[in-house]
Design a binder for this molecule. Structure first.
Ligand code: NAP
Length: 526
């Protein structure tokens, strides 16, 4: 499939007229063909109007049609073959094997949402039949289901050009809910975005849905994204990216005449706790595994272990020495964009100059352009508590080892931390009592708590939570990965005493959709 540099507005491919931008190959340090036309407010207007027009027909289509759309998108992405991997590799400098894995995750999650759509439990069908004889007052006939919010604006992140981008988790969950989607292409992977966008555009046509179910707009600077979030047809936003970007879009939503939910997945430093028994028994192995996780993908994961917490003593000293030796063996590698590489250097330099912070290791330099050298720091817990900047995410392969005097200080540090996507416990059985005492704090701080692993892998399944209290996300009640992500784009509607002829299928007597429903408080399939 040819990359043309056009936006996809419904069924049309349209060249933006507000100038042009090119994608960039960070590993080659050169611009890529073709030039992409930059869109403006007119294209955002077209995409949003089409999405608004498509909404009622899309949500009224049979659930099987919606599921087939998701499956067709997955199939069309697979059919793009090596061309997609080649382009994503050029634009991101991520290894092809990693991108192949990410493609599998992307198509797998589309298919998972297709099966979820067919299952229909997410409709939340509830029936409380009338109680005409009830005293002192009769009860009306009350039934409820959940309906989609309306068109959703999606902003993907630079570090997952497939799984958190045009056909990523936000798009899959919004389409599964019955919401048309308008994606703002990420400037770091414009060609990848167009290829995947065309795969979605074709799928919409293949299954015979209205063209406005999907559009892809391109902008330069923030204007297009801002106009998209401000557009009255848009009823929710799914964003993955920086804290600054997420907060900017939330602020635009708050200023709208009709404020809308902005589900922004932002930044996290993912505290990793090495508790005393595990530290004593296998500190060396844990230190090496920690450095491998920290430097995986040049540290460009929102789940990167950016903070290690442990109780001070000879075991922690040895852990730090082993980690430092392992990190010194790691070479600098090309980052996703020049901007991310510059922000990483700034962040690391600032941290190195922070009084009381000790730089204990640095990876080797290499000839890779736009490279990031891994760096490991150490500090005392009281410094972390007194220095807010030490909690800022530095996106890349760097982490801070924090020594706590005792259990009480460890708990104090945890209480002090901002919200996180993850918290990790590296523990042996003798650590379970302490871990149990810390768990209530961790539950208040993080969306996912894991034991004896590292947080960088995020499984796509029913139980996954990729979310957490602010600033990890703008709304801690939700997840952006896994099937629970559909909840973000639904709202309940109650039907009171509606004639049977007017009731939606999900709550009709006779259960024509064959759903699991809550009837008089009992879960039944009837
Ligand atoms: P980013 O710079 O915030 O960009 C994300 C998208 O939002 C881009 O399309 C960007 O387009 C747009 N955008 C950003 N600020 C905007 C504004 N003020 N107005 C309108 N649009 C705006 O993030 P990134 O560089 O792609 O990703 C790196 C960051 O993402 C890291 O902090 C990382 O931790 C985080 N991340 C978080 C998760 C998670 O799930 N929590 C996952 C992956 C990455 P323009 O640049 O064209 O404006």
């Amino acid at each position: 499939m040819q990359i043309t540099g056009e936006m996809l507005l419904g069924a049309a491919a349209v060249r933006g007229t507000q100038g042009s931008v090119r994608a960039f190959a960070p590993a080659l340090n050169e611009e890529l063909e073709p030039a992409f036309g930059v869109g403006g407010v007119a294209e955002v207007e077209r995409a949003c109007v089409l999405a608004g027009q498509a909404f009622d027909a899309f949500r009224a289509a049979p659930l099987d049609t919606r599921a087939r759309l998701l499956e067709a998108i997955a199939d069309n992405i697979t059919a793009l073959g090596d061309a997609l991997i080649e382009r994503a590799h050029l634009e991101s400098a991520l290894p092809k094997a990693r991108l192949e894995g990410e493609r599998g995750r992307t198509t797998g999650q589309l298919k998972l949402f297709a099966s979820l759509v067919r299952d229909g439990r997410w409709l939340g069908a509830v029936l409380d039949p009338a109680l005409p004889e009830r005293k002192p007052l009769p009860r009306s006939d009350l039934r409820a289901q959940r309906i989609p919010l309306g068109p959703v604006a999606v902003f993907g992140a630079s570090n997952f050009p497939l799984a958190f981008s045009v056909a990523g988790g936000d798009t899959a969950s919004a389409l599964a809910a019955g919401c048309p989607v308008v994606v703002k292409a990420h400037p770091a992977h414009l060609g990848t975005s167009e290829l995947v966008g065309r795969a979605i555009q074709k799928a919409v046509a293949d299954v015979g849905l209205p063209e406005g179910v999907f559009s892809l707009v391109i902008g330069e600077g923030n204007a297009v994204g801002e106009a998209l979030v401000a557009h009255p047809a848009i009823k929710a936003v799914g964003f993955t990216g920086s804290r600054r970007g997420g907060l900017a879009l939330s602020a635009i939503s708050a200023r709208r005449r009709e404020p809308i939910p902005v589900y922004a997945e932002m930044s996290s430093i993912n505290p990793t706790l090495v508790l005393p028994a595990a530290l004593a028994a296998r500190g060396d192995a844990l230190a090496t595994a920690f450095v491998d996780s920290l430097t995986l993908g040049v540290g460009q994961f929102c789940t990167n272990p950016g903070l290690v917490l442990a109780i001070d003593g000879p075991d922690l000293k040895r852990f730090a020495e082993t980690a430092a030796a392992a990190l010194a063996q790691k070479q600098s590698q090309t980052m996703l964009t020049a901007g991310i590489a510059a922000a990483y250097d700034d962040g690391v330099n600032t941290r190195a100059q922070t009084a009381g912070v000790e730089q204990i290791a640095q990876g080797a330099a290499s000839a890779a352009p736009g490279g990031a050298r891994p760096v490991l720091f150490r500090a005392a817990a009281e410094l972390l508590i007194g220095t807010p900047s030490l909690e800022d995410e530095i996106f890349g392969p760097t982490s801070l080892i924090v020594a706590c005097r005792d259990e009480a200080e460890l708990a104090r540090v945890l209480e002090h931390l901002e919200g996180q996507l993850t918290a990790t416990l590296l523990i042996d059985p003798a650590d379970y009592p302490l871990a149990g005492r810390l768990l209530p704090i961790l539950e208040r701080k993080a969306g996912r708590i894991l034991a004896n692993g590292f947080p960088t892998g995020v499984e796509v399944c029913h139980a996954m939570v990729h979310g957490g209290p602010f600033p990890a996300t703008s709304d801690s009640r939700t997840t952006s990965v896994g099937t629970m992500a559909i909840e973000r784009f639904l709202r309940p509607v109650c039907y009171q005493d509606l004639p049977a002829e007017l009731l939606p299928a999900a709550v009709q007597d006779g259960n024509p959709l064959g759903l699991w429903r809550l009837r008089d408080g009992e879960l039944v399939r009837g």
